[in-house]
Structures are given as structure tokens and as C-alpha cells.
Design a protein around this ligand. Structure first.
Ligand SMILES: [Zn+2]
Length: 89
């Protein structure tokens, strides 16, 4: 199977070993259960109507500063591994 897609993560091209950035067009060659990719420079121009990458998961950053403020304001024990308030300044 040969199919043009957009890269949903950083990958290496199997032809030139160049790093393919997120959302770059790639040609996916599938032989059985093995998938190989080729960048647009190796496999020729990608179709212009290639759909964009669909993001399926969003990872929210954990705000360590805010979580520290909360236990200091509530006079709770610090979370495991956190510095006590007098040493955190
Ligand atoms: Zn390549």
C-alpha cells in the first residue's frame, strides 16, 4: 500500500534519513505489518489537497507553581518532595 499522509510526529525518512517535522507530507509504504516512510524530497511532490493532521490527544501542562501556592495558603503539609515554605524562597 502507498498512501500520502501528514506526519503526526517527528520521524526519520527511510530514504535520506532526514527528520520529517510534524505535519510534513510523507509517503507511507506498507508491506504486511511493516510501515516505511519517505519524505516529499525522496518520494516526489505530495498531492496538494492532503488533509491536515488531526490531533487526537491534548496533554495539559502541570502547573507546579500553582500547586505549591495552594498548599502554602491552606497551611497543609507540602507534597512529597517539595521544599518547605521557608526554604522555597
Ligand atoms: Zn527522504
Amino acid at each position: 500500500m502507498r498512501e500520502w499522509r501528514r506526519a503526526n510526529r517527528r520521524q526519520l525518512c527511510g530514504g535520506c534519513n532526514r527528520q520529517v517535522a510534524l505535519d510534513d507530507p510523507i509517503l507511507v509504504l506498507q508491506i504486511g505489518s511493516v510501515e516505511k516512510i519517505r519524505c516529499a524530497l525522496c518520494a516526489g511532490p505530495a498531492p496538494p489537497d492532503l488533509p491536515a493532521v488531526i490531533v487526537t490527544a491534548v496533554i495539559l501542562p502541570f502547573d507546579f507553581a500553582r500547586s505549591g501556592v495552594r498548599w502554602r495558603e491552606n497551611r497543609m503539609d507540602p507534597p512529597f518532595g517539595a521544599l518547605p515554605p521557608e526554604r522555597a524562597k
